[in-house]
Design a protein around this ligand. Structure first.
Ligand SMILES: *Cc1c(COP(=O)(O)O)cnc(C)c1O
Length: 392
């Protein structure tokens, strides 16, 4: 078996606080404060260059990011960058590159067709029984492949104009909606009080059975996952949370502790990864990631093929890679560790599962399948009989 010492390091839960942040005088209390982390985010080229040597592609990318998707990086997440590795998987997710200004003909500003499925500004009703509620356009840090970069961060042309009252009214009137997914932007960027107002209002709508929050704050800003936040959230059960981890290095001891705190307050956690070229398009990296997630009490939920967002082709891996990863996991490791690989159909078709082919042949009499080791098996379908006869 090929042994990769670098991957061994990624398997460990390591603390990165306060680490090698250029300003070595920060107190531990400051570093551990979400407020301090947000106030000290890297948002300009000069700040970034204080900490990191940039390539020409990155420098130009940072300059141009101001007109598209803003740059912001929390000190916590920035500290995960390996400064000696120009292809660092953390770096590629968060430092803008000039390639973001290259647009391929098949790329779109709204790749999942969300704007055409908004009955009310900020509310995406794509599926029969559930909605996506975009409560804010801000995040703790900005992922360079953001599927919603058209409205997120405030730098682009379009603005998210969520109409809360109209959204609540729509939810109240549409009794078929049983599941509300809060996203944005990142809902956990709101204060506890502001977030609670939304949760309380939703919990008062009788037909809403289930609330979810989609957030990358547990990863970008684990300091935000305070006991107070968790105590507030646990009043609104059943409440699930979908987090977003792409690479095993992102699960530091601080992040793991945040996940555990949420889980201890009864919040089931699922992870959504995006398949990214030279970040996680590799079976061994993904296997390490899903194992670390399970150890942190997070169930891998989805692996997304990259949405065709404008300026993302440098991060686009082949669909074949995603299938190869699922094939490398299924049977080879814990079933709970395996996410569903999906493509969010370009233009607004919703999430479509994409799986390796395990069914080799199928007709009315039998199905021929193969297992994870490549052996084939036959399973006979039930014989087609005339009407069953009662026989006492
Ligand atoms: C992803 C998504 C959901 C939730 O989908 P699940 O498969 O239930 O997790 C709901 N609405 C929209 C618009 C989405 O993109």
């Amino acid at each position: 078996m090929h042994h990769d010492p670098k991957l061994d390091l990624e398997k460990k839960f390591r603390s990165h606080a306060p680490g090698y942040w250029a300003d070595a005088d920060i107190s531990e209390a400051d570093w551990n404060s979400a407020k301090w982390q947000l106030k000290n985010r890297i948002t300009s080229l000069s700040q970034l260059e204080e900490h990191l040597n940039l390539s020409e592609e990155e420098r130009n990318g940072v300059i141009l990011s101001g007109t598209k998707l803003a740059m912001a990086i929390t000190p916590h997440f920035f500290n995960l960058i390996d400064k000696d590795d120009p292809n660092c998987p953390i770096r590629r997710q968060i430092i803008p590159r000039v390639e973001e200004t290259w647009v391929s003909p098949y790329e779109m500003s709204d790749p999942c067709g969300e704007d055409s499925h908004m009955p009310v500004p900020g509310l995406v009703h794509r599926y029969p029984d559930r909605v996506l509620f975009l409560v804010t356009d801000r995040c703790a840090s900005y992922c360079r492949y953001c599927t919603r970069s058209r409205v997120v961060s405030g730098a682009g042309e379009q603005e998210l104009e969520t109409d809360y009252e109209a959204a609540f009214k729509y939810l109240e009137e549409h009794t078929e909606i049983r599941d509300v997914l809060l996203s944005g932007g990142d809902p956990l960027l709101f204060s506890d009080a502001k977030l609670e107002k939304i949760l309380k209002r939703l919990s008062e709508i009788e037909h809403i059975e289930f609330i979810r929050i989609g957030s990358r704050i547990p990863i970008f800003l684990p300091q935000r996952i305070t006991p107070e936040l968790c105590e507030m959230l646990q009043k609104y059960h059943p409440l699930f949370m979908s987090v977003h981890v792409n690479h095993p290095r992102e699960i530091t001891t601080e992040v793991k502790e945040g996940f555990e705190r949420l889980a201890n307050h009864g919040i089931p956690l699922g992870n959504q990864s995006v398949l990214l070229k030279d970040v996680n398009d590799n079976v061994e990296i993904m296997k390490t990631l899903v194992h670390k997630l399970l150890m942190s009490r997070v169930r891998p939920y989805y692996l997304y093929q990259l949405d065709l967002i404008e300026g993302s082709s440098h991060l686009q891996a082949a669909v074949e890679k995603g299938i190869e990863i699922i094939e490398g996991l299924r049977g080879h490791t814990t079933g709970y560790a395996i996410p569903q690989f999906v493509i969010d159909a370009p233009g607004g078709g919703g999430k479509v599962p994409v799986n390796p082919d395990y069914v080799l042949q199928r007709n009315s009499e039998r199905v021929v399948i193969r297992n994870f080791e490549g052996n084939t098996f036959e399973y006979p379908e039930p014989a087609v009989n005339p009407d069953p006869v009662l026989d006492y």
